[in-house]
Ligand binder design. Structure first.
Ligand code: X6L
Ligand code: MG
Ligand code: MG
Length: 166
């Protein structure tokens, strides 16, 4: 029996058709062997944090159950980014699609290529608000996602109305 691990992916886009970039990434994740999407958050429109002046982001979180290793899940994240045509770019600058592994079970890793949990996961409202909407009880660094979300300034996060959602 292979371990099913609960993991969370953070998605963000602020270039081009942001909604399509997020939906296409979700479709890629859904069709990947050994990955089951168990929750998809509402989309939120968010004020950029860090980096240069840039357009507002569309952010979302996807919770999966997977038997992929953390490294394979990171490779899937990069595959999603490449599918959106992400280019080499300025650090923290605008991007068609960013997919981050926010957490992989209770695994802690200091590997700079894949730090787990994600170093900004517990402090960024653009991650915590959508994540808390779908997996509030998940524990990160000893506190629930709901508790982390209650501790951040959420003024830069607003609901995004997805018209024509079926
Ligand atoms: C000082 C130094 C203060 C660095 C903030 C914060 C850097 C966040 C990078 C920082 C600092 C980041 C998104 C974003 C980015 C996103 C929204 C990052 C990486 N990605 N803002 N900024 N959504 N709203 O997905 O998170 S760049
Ligand atoms: Mg990111
Ligand atoms: Mg990233």
């Amino acid at each position: 029996m292979t371990m099913q691990v609960r993991a969370a992916l953070g998605l963000g886009s602020n270039v081009g058709d942001r909604q399509s970039h997020l939906k296409n990434a979700m479709a890629t994740v859904r069709t990947t062997p050994k990955v089951v999407v168990v929750e998809v958050s509402p989309f939120v429109e968010t004020v950029p944090v860090g980096g240069p002046d840039q357009p507002d982001f569309l952010n979302a979180v996807v919770v999966v159950e997977t038997t992929l290793t953390p490294e394979a899940l990171l490779a899937l994240a990069h595959q999603c980014e490449q599918g959106a045509g992400r280019q080499r770019e300025e650090r923290w600058g605008p991007r068609t699609l960013d997919v981050d592994v926010l957490a992989y079970g209770d695994v802690v890793s200091t590997n700079p290529e894949l730090t787990l949990p994600h170093p900004r996961a517990t402090e960024r409202a653009f991650v915590l608000v959508p994540w808390a909407a779908i997996d509030p009880v998940f524990v990160v660094n000893g506190r629930s996602v709901a508790d982390w979300a209650a501790a951040v300034d959420t003024s830069g996060v607003r609901p995004f109305v997805q018209l024509g959602e079926d």
